[in-house]
Structures are given as structure tokens and as C-alpha cells.
Design a protein around this ligand. Structure first.
Ligand code: AGP
Length: 609
């Protein structure tokens, strides 16, 4: 979960490295640094703190160079400090290297290197790599890195430069992503494509077990064994403007208010309003597979896991198929049963979550097929899957997932409809009704977002509340979990999501004036039971907020405040009920003055285990 950036060119690369690191800060931001090659050899600037602190350090102590690398860190081994900030250098100070990932055998390597006389200056695992490169350096940086990576165990994306082999960057990948950009008289590398868009739209992806040599004239690729690799540049169609804040104070706010458009884009050209037919032609697997399987398993982490739970209710209701939703981190340790009649969907907005990738690699050995539901069709998960369902949500910069969550739900709704249609479980009339209502959801989402001011007032009124219980049932139980996670991860407030029916089995003991319950109570099959939950809370002096249909007088009478949503099909209420919860968390965090886009201790893509 770090961000790496590099440029081999002919003009000063320092401003570009800093701007690129700013765009990668969502991946980690406890320390940052750059290293460049210039007439004075190799120079570094590093700070404990954010990229803006690094920029200030460089303003005070300028460096320039046409070839350089940069890093923004999420600490794994070694506390956040200037000494532990990347890039790290060898004993001679002529090689600089940065790393994203974890070197699992670093301690045995470090002991061997210490015995050979290498002097270590940091607590990091990364430093063993730069000393290995030094050990194997005999004039060629590429050959030295190639020899070094063969000794590593674990996940790594590394880049290095040397004043003894100047003018080039050598990178290697085994796990965390590395994207290469092809400019005019300059070559780039980055952890993701966002920083590259300011310089080029032509990119290629370094594969696992591959090395790239970047020079101003171009990029050469080869395997760790040294065999040349040919790559064709892809053209990225994202507009740079898509990643700006468009007048919002935070990326998260922009992304919350984009969600209706995300659903429109996810649905676009994939449904027929007349026939109700769903077309997943870009999925990449034959519909026969849907008829041949008897079970579906959804695998994910965090917010994506909550989307998977919504997908479960959609699939079992529409497709009449058994569905399991598994935490990827748990599945990896289990002796789970899976066979050729199991269809697996991996759900990950980044497509790079280490736990999810590892679980899917295990599942692929047993299942009929593995599909990727992701916002990054060029990610590791997408490239390793048998088929891909693209969210089309555009870049999500806020660390807390919002629009990608809604995009995942839209994609899973489409998948459930297509799956049910392929198995003959959903007739044309029912399909048409559902598809036509699904098409109306974005407009209803915009109506909910139009009520943001009232939600902000409520969030400010409840700012002193330190404990929350989010309650939902059936298809809104996952939304209760997601609402609690949002409040936790950006406002650092204790919140738990619970199935409403579980209240009487323990959590009700928590209810008193200090506990606020946020109940999700649309008029669906569990409406009466949710109203009972609210009554149980009220009878014990708990404070109550509710998300309910517009004009629901019973909810309004029971709760201190109701966040209204328009009526919609009971299967589609999650698209609407999640919005007030996202906004409530956002406004609470903003009112507390926290860094909403980069919450403490988090990272956008958890590429380490
Ligand atoms: C999102 O708000 C969370 N920060 C986090 O739980 C995230 O959903 C999880 O890490 C999975 O990420 P992915 O979708 O990229 O796999």
C-alpha cells in the first residue's frame, strides 16, 4: 500500500515526481521521498509526513535531475520516520531504491548481508533489496536488480537508479502493480495510471516476474530470467478533469454526488428497456456457464464484501441459487469446499487487494470459473480472471469507497438479472419490470442527494455521540454494515452494523441515552419487524435516526429524525438507503476536521496481507 513513481527524461523531473506522488497519496501517506540523478551524482530528499511536507523540504533545499524516482509510504516494517522513508541507498550512496510490498525473508537476507559487511541504516525490509543490488552490481543496474530479486520472497514492486549506471530506471514486479508510461523523450512508471495522465495516455503493465528498463528513448521489458518481453502500448481514455475535485471540498464528496451517474454508466448499453434483457457481452464467459453451475461464491474484503452481501440477496431472490459470501482473508485459511459446479466472483474496486487475489488464486484451482467485478479492468484480478465485469465508475480517489460500492451493487444487479435470465428463472415480464425500475434508480438517487443539507445538520447535531448501532434486515443488513464502516473509517467514531433480528440476542444491552441507533426501514418485506426494533430501542431511551420512504408517518413518529428516500422496488432500496449513511459519515468527519480523503491508518488499496 505505497505509491511509487518515476521518470527517465531529459528535463528536470522533480516537479513531476512531486505532482505524481500527490496523486498517489491515497495509497499511503506517513512519509515520502524522492531520489534523482544529476551532475552531482545521486541526491535524495525524504520526510516523515505528507507529500506537501516533502515539497516544502525541496523548496528549502532544492534538487533537480532528469532521472528520478519517488515514494509515498504506508509503513509495514519500521515506524514512519525520515530514516525509514524511501528511497533507500546502498553503502556507497550510489544506488537508490524504493519498494511497495513486503520482503518476507528479509531477516535472513539482512543477517547474511550484515555478515558480508553491509551497513544498514533503517528498520525497513526494503533496505535489504538495495544492498542486494549493490552486492550484485558489476556495471549493469539491470543485471544487478535481476540477480537481487531472485533472492526475494514475498510481494514487491521495486524501482532503482544509480549514478554508476546513469540515465535509466530499472523496475521489477512480483505482486503490487507497476504501470509504465510512454512519453515523448521521457518514460514513466507509477503504481497506477492516474499520475501518468498529465504526461501520456499510452501505457503498459509490468507483469509478475518481469523487469523494465526505462530510458528517455523508450522502455525495454524482460523476464527475471532475462528473456525479452514485447509489450503493446494501451491508450487510456480517462480525462484528467475526471480526477479533479470539481468544486467539492473533498474527493469523497465529489464521488458521493457522482453516484447516480455511476449507476447510469454501469447500466449503459447493458439493458433493453423493451425486452428487459440484460447483455453482459463484455463479461467474457458463455451464458452456458450460468446454467451449468449450482452454487455461486462471492469473495471480497471490506466495503466490497458488503456489496457482495447485497449481491447474495439479489442472486438468491432472482436466480434461486445458493450463494455464499466470503471474507477473502478468512477463506485463505479454510479448507473450503468448491467444485466444478461453483461459480466464483471476486469483488474489488482496485483489483489489487492482496487477500482477495490470494483467495481467488486458490478458488481458481477448484471452481468452474472465476469472474472479476472491478473498477480497474487492467488490474491483477481482472487479468487473472476468466471474465470481467467493469464498474465504469471512473477513478475513485477518496480512500473510503463510495461510488465504487454503488457501482459494484449495480454490476451485481445486472449479473443477477443476466444469471436468472440465462437459467430461465426470470420471465420476460418480470425482467422488464425490474429493468425499467432499475433505470429509474439514478434519478431517485439524485433526489436523495438533494436532501444533503438536512443530513449535514443532523450529523452536526449528533457530533458528540460516541457510539452508534446501525440496524438493517434482509437486503439492507449489508447497508447497515457499510454505514457503520463509513462512520468508523472517516470520523473515527465507534459504530457497529447489525442484523435487526439480532438485537434481542445481545446488542440491546447496549441501548441507553448514550447510544444512537440508525435504523434502515424502507417499506419492504421486513418493514414491520424493523419498526419493532425501533420501538425496542425507544423503550430503552435510545436515540433513533431512521432511513425510510418519503411520507412514512410511522417512521417519522418513532424516530428523532428521518432521512427520506423515494419508493423503489424492494430489491433496489440499497442504492438509496446507503446514500444518507455515506453523507452522515462524511459530514461528521468534516465537522470534526479530519482528513476525509486520507483517513488515518488506511490506504485505498491494501496490496499487502
Ligand atoms: C473502503 O471504504 C474500505 N476502505 C476498504 O474496506 C476497502 O473496501 C477494502 O480494502 C477492499 O478494497 P478493494 O475493493 O479495492 O478490494
Amino acid at each position: 500500500m505505497c505509491g511509487i513513481i518515476g521518470c527517465a527524461g531529459v528535463r528536470d523531473t522533480v516537479p513531476g515526481l512531486i505532482e505524481g506522488l500527490r496523486r498517489l497519496e491515497y495509497r499511503g501517506y506517513d512519509s515520502a521521498g524522492i531520489a534523482v540523478l544529476n551532475g552531482d551524482g545521486l541526491e535524495r530528499r525524504r520526510v516523515k509526513g505528507k507529500v506537501r511536507d516533502l515539497a516544502e523540504e525541496i523548496r528549502r533545499h532544492p534538487i533537480t535531475g532528469a532521472c528520478g524516482i519517488g515514494h509515498t509510504r504506508w509503513a509495514t516494517h519500521g515506524r514512519p520516520s525520515e530514516d525509514n522513508a524511501h528511497p533507500h541507498t546502498d553503502c556507497s550512496g550510489t544506488i537508490a531504491l524504493l519498494h511497495n510490498g513486503i520482503v518476507e525473508n528479509y531477516w535472513s537476507l539482512k543477517e547474511k548481508l550484515l555478515a558480508e559487511g553491509h551497513v544498514f541504516k533503517t528498520e525497513t525490509d526494503t533496505e535489504v533489496i538495495v544492498h542486494l543490488v549493490e552486492k550484485h552490481f558489476h556495471g549493469s543496474l539491470e543485471e544487478a536488480l535481476r540477480a537481487a530479486v531472485k533472492e526475494l520472497e514475498g510481494a514487491f514492486a521495486v524501482a532503482c537508479i544509480s549514478s554508476r549506471d546513469p540515465g535509466k530506471i530499472v523496475a521489477a514486479r512480483n505482486g503490487p502493480p507497476v504501470v509504465v508510461g510512454f512519453g515523448s523523450g521521457e518514460s514513466f512508471l507509477s503504481s497506477d495510471i492516474t499520475p501518468l495522465l498529465a504526461h501520456t495516455r499510452r501505457v503498459a503493465y509490468l507483469g509478475d516476474g518481469e523487469i523494465a528498463v526505462l530510458e528517455p528513448s523508450g522502455v525495454r521489458f524482460a523476464t527475471f530470467a532475462g528473456a525479452p518481453v514485447e509489450k503493446t502500448a494501451e491508450t487510456i481514455d480517462w480525462e484528467p478533469a475526471m480526477i479533479e475535485k470539481r468544486g467539492f471540498e473533498h474527493f469523497m464528496a465529489k464521488e458521493i454526488f457522482e453516484q447516480a451517474d455511476v449507476v447510469r454508466d454501469t447500466l449503459k448499453s447493458r439493458v433493453s428497456l423493451d425486452s428487459g434483457q440484460v447483455f453482459l457481452d463484455d463479461l467474457g464467459i458463455a451464458p452456458d456457464v450460468f446454467r451449468e453451475v449450482s452454487r455461486v461464491v462471492l469473495i471480497a474484503c471490506g466495503t466490497s464484501y458488503h456489496a457482495g452481501l447485497v449481491g447474495k440477496y439479489l442472486l438468491e431472490t432472482l436466480g434461486h441459487v445458493p450463494v455464499d459470501v466470503e471474507y477473502a482473508s478468512e477463506l485463505r485459511s479454510r479448507d473450503f469446499a468448491m467444485d466444478r459446479e461453483t461459480l466464483v466472483l471476486g469483488i474489488s474496486q482496485s483489483g489489487e487487494t492482496a487477500d482477495t487475489l490470494a483467495a481467488l488464486r486458490l478458488a481458481r484451482e477448484k471452481a468452474r470459473a472465476v469472474l472479476a467485478v472491478t473498477n480497474n479492468t487492467r488490474s491483477s484480478m481482472a487479468r487473472e480472471a476468466d471474465g470481467v465485469l467493469d464498474l465504469h465508475a471512473g477513478p475513485e480517489i477518496g480512500v473510503a469507497a463510495t461510488k465504487t460500492f454503488v457501482g459494484q451493487m449495480a454490476a451485481l444487479a445486472l449479473f443477477a438479472l443476466a444469471f436468472a435470465q440465462a437459467r430461465g428463472a426470470l420471465g420476460e415480464e418480470a425482467s422488464r419490470t425490474l429493468v425499467q425500475e432499475l433505470q429509474r434508480v439514478p434519478l431517485k438517487m439524485d433526489r436523495v442527494l438533494g436532501g444533503a443539507a438536512a443530513i449535514e445538520r443532523a450529523a452536526r447535531r449528533f457530533l458528540d455521540c460516541e457510539h452508534y448501532l446501525f440496524l438493517g434486515r434482509w437486503i439492507n443488513f449489508p447497508i447497515a454494515l457499510e454505514g457503520a464502516l463509513k462512520l468508523k473509517e472517516i470520523s473515527y467514531t465507534h459504530a457497529e452494523g447489525y442484523a435487526g433480528g439480532e438485537m434481542k440476542h445481545g446488542p440491546i444491552a447496549l441501548i441507553d441515552e448514550g447510544m444512537t441507533t440508525l435504523a434502515i426501514v424502507p417499506h419492504d418485506r421486513v418493514y414491520e419487524k424493523m419498526l419493532s426494533n425501533i420501538a425496542e430501542v425507544k423503550a430503552r431511551n435510545g436515540r433513533i435516526l431512521a432511513v425510510a420512504f418519503e411520507g412514512d408517518e410511522r417512521a417519522r413518529a418513532a424516530a428523532e429524525e428521518v432521512f427520506p428516500i423515494p419508493e423503489t422496488h424492494q430489491l433496489f432500496t440499497p442504492f438509496l438507503t446507503v446514500l444518507p449513511l455515506q453523507l452522515f459519515a462524511y459530514y461528521a468527519a468534516s465537522a470534526k476536521g479530519f482528513d476525509v480523503d486520507q483517513p488515518r491508518n488506511l490506504a485505498k488499496s491494501v496490496t499487502v496481507e
